[in-house]
Design a protein around this ligand. Structure first.
Ligand SMILES: [Zn+2]
Length: 177
């Protein structure tokens, strides 16, 4: 089983209360994120990390507060999510909530030849949901880790998980790693 971790938008602006678009409670994911990053390092699993990278006048800011402007502090990722020299991590920068709008993503998936994607990050019902849909469309096994995602809207987040399961995906937890 060739597993690839798929880390969605775990960036400072989303994770921390002082962030520009804080996802309430997201900082409580940090122990799980550390565990997953360490597991990837010790088992030589690649991590694909999607990252918002907006321009200062990005159209998305009509709907959301300014966040994750390319090069700003809040666009960076916490140490808990970084492999550094411990393994292979691929950063997919994107301007849109759907990471599959990045032209770099599909070639990367083709290169890595995963047969199982393990997905975590924020926001469950927005960027994580788009990632899950796109990964399921590749026909590979897709698992989301329920204790390593965080939502803005609990009902919409729940609907995202039902949608995943209905499409053949799996819901699991970091305890399995
Ligand atoms: Zn954004």
């Amino acid at each position: 089983m060739n597993t690839v971790f798929f880390d969605v938008d775990t960036q400072l602006d989303f994770l921390y209360p002082a962030g520009a678009l804080y996802v309430p409670g997201a900082e409580t994911l940090l122990p799980a994120l550390t565990r997953l990053t360490d597991f990837a390092a010790s088992h030589a699993l690649p991590i694909i990390s999607t990252m918002d990278a907006h321009s200062a006048d990005d159209p998305e800011f009509k709907a959301w507060p300014h966040h994750c402007v390319a090069g700003a502090l809040g666009q960076r990722k916490p140490q808990a999510t970084l492999l550094g020299t411990r393994g292979h991590q691929y950063f997919i920068e994107k301007q849109h909530v759907n990471c599959f709008t990045s032209a770099a993503l599909m070639p990367l998936l083709a290169q890595l030849q995963a047969d199982h994607y393990v997905v975590y990050g924020v926001v469950t019902e927005i960027c994580v949901r788009h990632a899950l849909r796109g990964l399921l469309a590749t026909g590979k096994r897709v698992t989301v880790l329920a204790d390593a995602i965080k939502e803005l809207d609990p009902a919409a987040a729940q609907a995202s998980l039902y949608e995943l399961v209905a499409a053949g995906g799996e819901v699991s937890s970091t305890a399995t790693f």
